[in-house]
Structure formats: structure tokens, C-alpha cells
Design a protein around this ligand. Structure first.
Ligand code: ZN
Length: 160
């Protein structure tokens, strides 16, 4: 069967940036399973998988805007380190959940200088064009329960 709305599709993938650096991969794991048409995966990848069948291999280039969004400078803020009281040592790479005007977001510390801390609320993959090498391993009809939940169950999907 072809991948279409209300199918659960599974695929192996290797994700690289434009320089060829591997950012993520399903190698050594179960293939990723998702419910097609439910927005479980990024839109650019989901639309490229539409109509495909088991065994197909494809390369999908997803521009940043259709992946994790363009880099938004307004999500970068410099804060006084006093706002982080209670944390013994602030280090670059630390992640915090912060209430922002866009709702709850994960922010990453990108710079610590004196008593100033710079945080970035962009997704780590924001502004990066993504290249997926995909191999489809399974396509099946979704179960009633999966349709109700809006995601795939089983190996490579949700476990609960
Ligand atoms: Zn579920």
C-alpha cells in the first residue's frame, strides 16, 4: 500500500546538514513510526513521503523554514545572572524551560560573560536546511486507537 492519510509508516533515516554532517540517524534503533497526516513529523518530510511504498529509498531536502523554522533573533536574550539564582554554576549548553510570550519553551544557554547570561529559545535545528536519506520499511493501516490518539503505537512509535 501507498503512504496516505491514516497510514502508519515506518522508515529508517539519516539526517545530515548541507555540509554532510550527520545530525541524527535511526541506525541501531527501530525505524521511526509515525501516523501519516497527523503532523507527527516535520511537514516537508511528511509531504515527500506521501504516496511512497515499502522498500522505496528517497533523499528529501527540507529547507529550514519547513523544518524547524528560520533562526529568530528575537528569541535570543541577554539576562542578568541574578535571574538564575539557585543554580550553582551556569554553563553554556544548559537547557531551561522558560515561560515566554510564545508559551513554554526550551531555552539554551549560549554565552556566559561576567554577570550576563545569553539564552537562545530557537530550536537547535532552527535555521538549518535538513537532508534526509530515507528508506521505508513498513506501511500499514492505522488502528482505531492510533487514529484516536493521533500517533503511531508499537516499536518505533509510542509505548503506553
Ligand atoms: Zn497512543
Amino acid at each position: 500500500m501507498n503512504i496516505t492519510h491514516d497510514c502508519v509508516a515506518s522508515f529508517h533515516y539519516i539526517l545530515t546538514d548541507n555540509s554532510g554532517k550527520i545530525l541524527d540517524s535511526s541506525e541501531g534503533h527501530e525505524p521511526l513510526s509515525y501516523l501519516h497526516g497527523a503532523g507527527n513529523i516535520i511537514p516537508g518530510l511528511e509531504s515527500a513521503l506521501e504516496g511512497k511504498v515499502v522498500g522505496e529509498k528517497l533523499s528529501v531536502n527540507v529547507p529550514a523554514a519547513q523544518a524547524y523554522g528560520v533562526h529568530d533573533n528575537s528569541l535570543i536574550q541577554e539576562l542578568p545572572s541574578t535571574m538564575f539564582s539557585g543554580i550553582e554554576q551556569i554553563e553554556v549548553g544548559m537547557e531551561f524551560h522558560a515561560e515566554t510570550e510564545h508559551g513554554m519553551q526550551v531555552v539554551t544557554v549560549t554565552k556566559v560573560e561576567g554577570d550576563k547570561v545569553t539564552i537562545d529559545g530557537n530550536h537547535p535545528l532552527a535555521g538549518i536546511d535538513l537532508n534526509f536519506a530515507v528508506e521505508i520499511t513498513e506501511v500499514r493501516a492505522a488502528t482505531e486507537e492510533e487514529l484516536t490518539h493521533g500517533h503511531a503505537h508499537g516499536a518505533g512509535g509510542h509505548h503506553h
